[in-house]
Design a protein around this ligand. Structure first.
Ligand SMILES: CC(C)(COP(=O)(O)OP(=O)(O)OC[C@H]1O[C@@H](n2cnc3c(N)ncnc32)[C@H](O)[C@@H]1OP(=O)(O)O)[C@@H](O)C(=O)NCCC(=O)NCCS
Length: 322
């Protein structure tokens, strides 16, 4: 039998994700630390933990923001680890459900108090999250390139690193990191190019991403059946000569421009030439080009990139079975 307090705590976590059908309740108390749903009063504790106020607002959303997320279909839950004797917040993490496919959750803002790291708190936050969230079969997060402690902690917890990297860079700076010639061509993509685009997408995003998003097929990527062609503009990147192989594609979605690169073809010269073409089509030099499919070699050199590593667990029930 669980105590009334423990039952209340479990109910508390349930409340945070109560719109979901969920699995079973984890033991909430182990060695003086309770893992529970974040409440508005935890905001100050999250700031003491080291989160900037803006992040604390995301972890403890105001009722208006929570309503907005709900209307947009965003489902998320923040868990905190609380020291039971003192009420101090020792760690936190936020889980966000991917709209598609069911069963995939992203997490972020995973943090443990500096003096309390490597005591198992970070792992407990993730594992209890995975047990409490409805249908958490696949988990992933993004780690800044160079955050070796976090990458090591992810790996020790059973996550694997994606081979190609996610990044972004200011268009103007990117266009200067390699020679401008021979120029590339951006060719508008039509329905006939769709299978080619799907192949390029798979190469850029990598096998870990595809395992985290099972069901991505030619008709079901970039937001569903050919929706990339309806809601956005897509151009295939080809070499200067006629019939040259495509080395990626550029997608314009509103103000966001993303280059999906074939990692084998992606180097400084390709990025610079793509950036020049995007600028020639009206991209502002101070705008950001999102990059997918960056090879690790590019991130290791100093450059204008912000680079992130995908850390994923595409098989939560087999990794964390008990
Ligand atoms: C990443 C972080 C949340 C991990 O929390 P934690 O409480 O220290 O993690 P745990 O104690 O549960 O450790 C889990 C595993 O990772 C290992 N680990 C943790 N930190 C490690 C490090 N710096 N180097 C190598 N391994 C590490 C632990 O040894 C443990 O493995 P083991 O049980 O096989 O020995 C914490 O280091 C942190 O807050 N870092 C700063 C914020 C940050 O970078 N967050 C990640 C953003 S993506």
């Amino acid at each position: 039998m669980r105590s009334r307090k423990a039952r209340a705590r479990a109910g508390d976590i349930k409340g945070a994700v109560n719109r979901f059908r969920w699995r079973w309740v984890a033991p909430a108390v182990v060695s003086g630390i309770a893992v529970r749903a974040c409440r508005p009063v935890d905001r100050a504790g999250l700031i003491r933990l080291g989160h900037p106020p803006m992040v604390a607002d995301i972890l403890c959303p105001s009722p208006a923001r929570a309503l907005l997320w709900r209307l947009k279909g965003t489902r998320c839950a923040t868990l905190v680890a609380e020291e039971m004797d003192t009420g101090m917040i020792l760690g936190a993490v936020q889980f966000v459900r991917c709209p598609r496919p069911a069963g995939t959750w992203m997490f972020g803002h995973w943090r443990v108090a500096a003096g309390r790291r490597r005591q198992g708190i970070g792992r407990r936050l993730l594992r209890e999250g995975a047990r409490l969230l409805p249908d958490a079969q696949r988990l992933y997060s993004f780690v800044d390139w160079g955050n070796d402690a976090s990458i090591a902690a992810h790996e020790r917890c059973g996550f694997e690193a994606g081979r190609s990297l996610f990044g972004s860079a200011p268009l103007g700076l990117l266009s200067t990191i390699g020679p401008a010639t021979p120029a590339l061509r951006l060719e508008p993509a039509g329905r006939r190019e769709w299978p080619v685009l799907c192949g390029l997408y798979a190469r850029a995003m990598g096998s870990l991403w595809l395992r985290l998003r099972p069901g991505l097929r030619p008709r079901a990527f970039l937001g569903g059946a050919l929706s990339g062609l309806r809601g956005a503009l897509v151009a295939v990147v080809r070499g200067a000569s006629r019939g040259a192989r495509s080395s990626g594609f550029v997608l314009w979605e509103g103000a966001t421009v993303t280059f999906f690169a074939d990692p084998e073809a992606c180097d400084a010269a390709l990025l610079a030439r793509v950036a020049l073409q995007v600028a020639a089509l009206g991209g502002r030099r101070d705008s950001t080009l999102e990059l997918r499919g960056l090879p690790a070699g590019l991130a290791e050199r100093p450059g204008p990139f912000g680079v992130r590593v995908l850390m994923g667990m595409p098989d939560v029930p087999t990794q964390w079975s008990e």
